[in-house]
Design a protein around this ligand. Structure first.
Ligand code: C2E
Ligand code: MG
Ligand code: MG
Length: 579
């Protein structure tokens, strides 16, 4: 009630009043109304003047009596009356009745008292105009009633009788045109599906009707202090427009009130239901300046709060949430790329310190619909999050192994293919079978294949990971520990991993020549690797000074832009064949 003083009785408007207000908006301006009346008066006065005049008008050299124009003026006056009825409906009709009504006594006086018989046609014209006005008005009232019926159907939700989303959009468009602030709240009932599934759709529908009734009463009351308008979007989704608030806290208060009303027990067929909902909102004009974007933003906030599944069910939109949207877009892109086989690979060469090719690391690549390359830094985390990383890995495994097997056969080169495996992929029960089939299908000796795993693998599920790594080793395939130094694995654990190669992360190589301490740190990693019987490779080597330092330290291999960027399949093939 706190805003009643501020906004006066504006807040008393019911939702029906608001909708009718939108429908009844004047389509023609008051100015035109006045102009028509002025034109009518002018023609009537002119008519009176010329009907008593014997003057003539010179028309192309011919004298024409002014009286002959009387018919023209009289038609013009009647058209003004018809215009009023057609364009201004009830107001126009009443005005027409007043005008014609005042004219009758004057005309009758002229004929019967003053004996001006020239006014006889005038009285008939008035009668006919009156009949025309009545016919137009009555048919218009019928049409308007019919149109109102159709409109009511179009903006009313059939199941609940609440207004629907068309009404909500109509209101939002009107508020935006008037530049009036408002908040759009998207509401979705939580776990409504369970009621539908367990009790059937009829009960589900009854629940929706109860919710709609409660919220409709709530919007039509003054309880929230704001001016509220609630509609059903579809299914268990509702939209709420909140107006006449002072600040964000008012919006929250109103939403909390709707939430409280919803959470009261619902009883249907002697069964009790306790409902809750998720509310996401965005504000005009602070968050967006058009209805569609507001709708999207409010929806984004609503889905976010639903997903978080906390005790708080209300969230305001913020641009941070759009990043989440990008994930959805990336997910869609990834799935399409997988379906169409559009995940491919690059091969980045790895070299010995005296610049001999050790082998290649296969790196996943993806193009979006526009043909732009998407960085694995963007799509790999999404693929991991949504659980399709194994499919991405496998596509890279197969495509790169096919080329690699052929290269080995054609050149006889003794090089290694390193494949990145994600934790989820490695833990799959058929991972070993997949590797076996890879070796068999593409005729690759196990010793020429290497699987790169990151430290995080070992932290997630240590024993299972170790068992799997041991099985890979037993097959004769090499193991590399990728991005070493970025995780938190303990030394004791690391010593149990039968890895062949330790890959020092680029971040250490970047820093290495900046201080003596950083250099010593890299040197320590190299020594440690050697102590644990691993060879050591440095990732992301970009300049000669780094190569120099790494040589002194005793690093075994390097992989970096200085000697080789990730290459296309054709370029990698040319590199091996040119050796
Ligand atoms: P990673 O396995 O550590 O791969 C090395 C990354 O460092 C590659 O980035 C490579 O292009 C980049 N790099 C190598 N040398 C240099 C250098 O000198 N300078 C700079 N600035 N960068 C260098 P990319 O291709 O973007 O891959 C990023 C990460 O994505 C990979 O890091 C790996 O963790 C992941 N990834 C790539 N392909 C796959 C895949 O097929 N499966 C899985 N699970 N992960 C993959
Ligand atoms: Mg790697
Ligand atoms: Mg790495």
């Amino acid at each position: 009630m706190k805003h009643k003083e501020t906004f006066g009785d504006k807040n008393n408007q019911s939702m029906e009043d608001i909708m009718n207000g939108l429908d009844d908006q004047v389509r023609f301006s008051k100015l035109t109304y006045i102009l028509i009346i002025v034109l009518y008066i002018a023609t009537t006065v002119l008519l009176a003047v010329i009907s008593n005049s014997d003057s003539t008008l010179n028309l192309f050299g011919n004298p024409v009596p002014l009286k002959t124009l009387a018919g023209v003026l009289s038609s013009l006056a009647n058209i003004c009356i018809i215009f009023l009825v057609v364009f201004y409906k009830k107001t126009g009709f009443i005005t027409a009745l007043v005008i014609l009504g005042t004219q009758f006594p004057m005309l009758i006086r002229k004929i019967f008292v003053l004996h001006v018989y020239g006014s006889i046609p005038g009285i008939f014209t008035n009668i006919f105009t009156l009949i025309a006005a009545v016919i137009i008005f009555v048919s218009d009232v019928k049409l308007a009633k019919y149109q109102k019926g159709i409109r009511k159907q179009a903006i009313t939700d059939r199941l609940t009788g609440l207004l629907n989303r068309f009404a909500c959009y109509e209101l939002m468009d009107d508020l935006i045109a008037k530049k009036e602030n408002f908040a759009l709240v998207m509401i979705d009932l939580n776990n409504f599906r369970e009621i539908n599934d367990s009790k059937g759709h009829t009960t589900g529908n009854e629940v929706l009707k109860v919710v709609a009734k409660r919220w409709c009463d709530c919007a039509n009351s003054d309880d929230t202090g704001t001016l509220d308008f609630v509609t059903r979007q579809s299914g268990d989704e509702f939209m709420l427009v909140i107006r006449k608030y002072l600040d964000d806290e008012d919006i929250m208060d109103t939403i909390r009130h709707f939430e409280k009303v919803l959470e009261e027990k619902v009883t249907i067929d002697e069964c009790e239901y306790y409902l809750s909902a998720s509310f996401g909102y965005a504000e005009y004009p602070a968050d967006a300046d058009n209805a569609d974007t507001l709708f999207t933003y409010a929806n984004t906030a609503m889905y976010e709060i639903k997903k978080i599944n906390s005790s708080n069910h209300i969230l305001r939109f913020s641009t941070d949430l759009l990043k989440e949207e990008n994930t959805l877009e990336m997910e869609r892109m990834l799935r399409t790329a997988l379906e169409k086989g559009n995940i491919y690979f690059n091969l980045q060469p790895q070299y010995t310190m005296d610049h001999k090719l050790r082998g290649f690391e296969a790196l996943a690549r993806m193009r979006d619909e526009a043909g732009q390359i998407v960085s694995p830094g963007e799509f790999i985390p999404v693929a991991e999050k949504i659980g399709i990383i194994d499919k991405v890995d496998s596509m890279v495994f197969k495509k790169s192994a096919e080329l690699f097997g052929r290269l080995l056969k054609e050149t006889g080169a003794d090089i290694t293919l390193s494949l990145n495996a994600s934790v989820k992929h490695l833990m799959k029960s058929d991972f070993l079978d997949e590797l076996k089939s890879l070796l068999d299908t593409y005729d690759i000796p196990a010793g020429n294949l290497e699987i790169e795993i990151t430290e995080s693998i070992m932290m997630d599920s240590a024993d299972k990971a170790l068992a799997c790594i041991n099985s890979i080793k037993e097959m004769g395939i090499k193991i590399a520990i990728d991005d070493f130094g970025t995780g938190y694995s303990s030394l004791s654990y690391l010593s149990r991993v039968p890895a062949d190669l330790l890959k020092i992360d680029k971040s250490f190589i970047d820093e290495m020549n900046n201080s003596d301490a950083s250099k010593k740190y890299v040197a320590a990693i190299v020594s440690m690797g050697h102590i644990m019987n691993m060879e050591v490779i440095s990732e992301g080597v970009e300049d000669d000074a780094q190569i120099e330092t790494l040589r002194k330290i005793g690093c075994d291999f390097i992989q970096g832009f200085i000697w080789g960027r990730p290459l296309s399949a054709e370029d990698a093939e040319a590199l091996v064949k040119g050796m």
